[in-house]
Design a protein around this ligand. Structure first.
Ligand code: FAD
Length: 293
């Protein structure tokens, strides 16, 4: 039985348009009612969203009372640039960040001063000491570029040893892989919360595209089930909501320390899963305070 309070967090991407920002702020307002621990805001590797990520953080800070955690990916940056970003976030009183390497954008030549996330985590600890709560990425199904699971675990260990406080996983649909990751962390004394990343399924084709890029496996039974719905998006969403609700319950029951939702800036997919779990004993204390309908 989990005795520590579960963490709940929602991830957004920085919108490109005024309308997109309006929609995001509405989504954030509605999701605030679940009393999440934090909202996170992604960062386009190579700096493509550096400004927009910061603007989104500022807007979310102004419009909600929820803590906001920007992502920062180090690929392509030198240490001075990264130090400036960290200083800007300190000025904004941001206390939590999600630290990543990022993927090299096409056309970019130099990886910058840090090739891997653990080097950047170390730099943050040296320059800002314990100011930030640092989350890093973990991969239940192995990072696509890792030679094998062992190499990926060694990499996670390095991020922990460098000073990470917690990890959020890539999304997945095979829960055995997540529990294997927890066992491996326990065996290696990687003593930080490893929170599963949850991807609500709203659109089958988009899911297939994303999953190819990030290396998340869609199990054959699930692929075939979703493919079978064809253009019937409502059936895709109904089926996925029930499946994901059950999966989240199993994750919490099995010891997951919380849930991190990849919201895609949309309220529906995430909120229907959480509403479906409203009687879950582990999540109940948190949802009892929420008045979301
Ligand atoms: P690292 O931890 O550095 O690892 C990357 C790979 O390199 C792993 O395979 C690792 O095993 C391998 N590796 C590490 N060290 C070595 C070494 N010395 N020799 C050989 N191999 C090594 N991307 C973005 O651009 N912006 C975001 O906002 C963003 N948010 C994310 C949030 C979450 C929760 C997750 C799970 C991913 C996110 N990503 C984001 C994607 C991420 O940037 C990519 O998966 C990227 O390829 C790896 O980043 P990392 O921080 O895991 O890298």
């Amino acid at each position: 039985m989990n005795i520590k309070p579960l963490t709940l967090s929602f991830e957004f991407f920085p919108p490109k348009s005024f309308e997109g920002m309006e929609k995001l702020l509405q989504t954030a307002g509605q999701l605030s009612r679940f009393s999440p621990d934090f909202f996170s805001v992604t960062f386009g590797a190579g700096g493509s969203t550096r400004q927009r990520t910061m603007e989104t953080v500022i807007k979310l800070q102004k419009s909600t009372s929820i803590q906001v955690a920007p992502h920062i990916s180090c690929i392509g940056y030198d240490r001075n640039d990264l130090a400036t970003i960290l200083e800007e976030y300190q000025r904004l009183e941001v206390k939590r960040i999600v630290v990543l390497r990022g993927d090299m954008p096409s056309g970019m030549i130099s990886v910058g001063d840090f090739e891997y996330a653990h080097e950047f985590v170390k730099f943050i600890r040296v320059t800002t000491e314990d100011y930030f709560q640092i989350e890093v990425a973990a991969y239940p199904e192995c990072h696509p570029l890792a030679h094998d699971m062992e190499a990926d675990m060694i990499n996670l260990q390095k991020k922990y040893d460098a000073g990470a406080n917690g990890a959020i996983t890539q999304y997945f649909f095979n829960i055995d892989g997540y529990f294997h990751l927890l066992d491996e962390c326990a065996r290696r004394q990687i003593n930080m919360p490893i929170v599963p990343g949850i991807m609500p399924i709203m659109d089958f084709e988009k899911l297939v595209r994303f999953s190819k890029v990030c290396g998340a496996e869609i199990p054959r039974w699930l692929y075939k089930r979703l493919e079978g719905y064809g253009d019937d998006q409502q059936s895709v969403r109904d089926f996925s909501r029930d499946m994901m609700t059950k999966m989240c319950e199993q994750l919490l029951q099995g010891g997951a320390p919380g849930l991190h939702f990849y919201t895609l800036n949309d309220v529906q997919g995430t909120s229907t899963i959480l509403q479906g779990m409203s009687t879950n004993a582990l999540l109940q204390p948190r949802l009892a305070a929420s008045n979301y309908r």
